[in-house]
Design a protein around this ligand. Sequence first.
Ligand code: ZN
Length: 449
Amino acid sequence: MSKELILNEIEKNQDEYVEFLRDLIKTNSYNPPGNEKNVAIKIEQYLKENDINCEIFSFGNNRANLIAYLNNNFDGKNLIYNGHMDVVPPGNESEWKNPPLSAFMKKKKVIIGRGAADMKGGLAAMAISLKILKRLDINLSGNLILNAVSDEETYGTYGTKWCLENKLKDIKCDFIVIGEPSGLSPLPKAILLGEKGHLIVKIITNGISCHAATPFLGKNAIYMMSDIIQNLDKLENIILNVEPPFSIEELKNFISDVFPNREIFEKIYKEQSVLQNVIKANTTFTKSLNIILGGIKENVVPDKCEAVIDFRLLPGQSINDVLNALKTLINDLGYEVRDDPIAKPEKVFVYLEVFHQSEPSVWKDWKNSENLRLLFSVIEDIYKKKPFYFLMPACSDAHFYRNSGFCSATVAFGPGSAATAHAINEFIEIDDYINAIKTYTLFAYNLLK
Ligand SMILES: [Zn+2]
């Protein structure tokens, strides 16, 4: 009975839900600098109109996190919905067909704007699920908690990590959904059980400058860097070699389950190089040298060269493993690695600067989870297509929950296509968004009733 009640309520109020999402997209929360408090205030207004407990925790310059919950009882089952309020900057605005903050609605089918998919769509849908359960006054024995966070696009220290350590850690949590866009069009929806780690390191080689006519008087920092780069593949022999959480075959099996038969899947798999590469990325440690800078003048031996490398780690590998391996590699080439970039001009050494780090994580005992099966069946019921289990090749805030031991049963599932996240003309399909509202509400109802 309550299922019908919930679905009717959603059908009836679709226009209001669409306007709420458009309002969030129009609210500037580009990060950097953040300004997530603008979004937090909108969500607070929306929820407080319906007497939902909601608290904003402000920090910095117009930044904030928000926690809302259906009732004051945290002794039963607790379900957390996590969504980030910040969005990446729009890039070159003139390339957008419609201004990125206009939340332009096309033929009542699609909403275009920065954050439409990543992830104001998922965030709005999660907030609305609380409102629906409150409005219908459905009796639940557990509690649904919304954690709307800042700082995700700049790695989550002041957002999810702060909320977990300061506000949520004493709650016994049964399940967490992060509303990141988990569509991999043309495939059906994915439920993401884990994610890779991420480390960005700037390597600075410090040599000795001199006249290029007498190069042996100096130490050429570009040659030093070249030495390191040419030996970079040796890193894989030094770092901890781990099995990926799922093999290529297992990941293929997950996806092929949504096809009528294996042959059709194999045919598509052969044609889709994107799919092959996403699977490859999810099963291997990767590195990519993305920036290199060096030299000041055509007749001066350079004393400085910088290179930025992006490493993606498999669950089981740690940021420290990679940093230590990198140091070993550089030491083995005969260079000292220093902790301090400040040097006298005659010093030859290498300095490593960590730009960003986020540990890999995976939910190991997903197979035994009834809650996960429930989520799977709700998605299948609402989207009329079986979802599939998969891994995220990028990273999200999930690792804070999983790796801290707070709740390993953390998955990412949300409306929107991952391919449109961070892209020009980012969009969300309204049907997908409404289906996400239905899924979040029914999943919470079934888990907590
Ligand atoms: Zn995101």
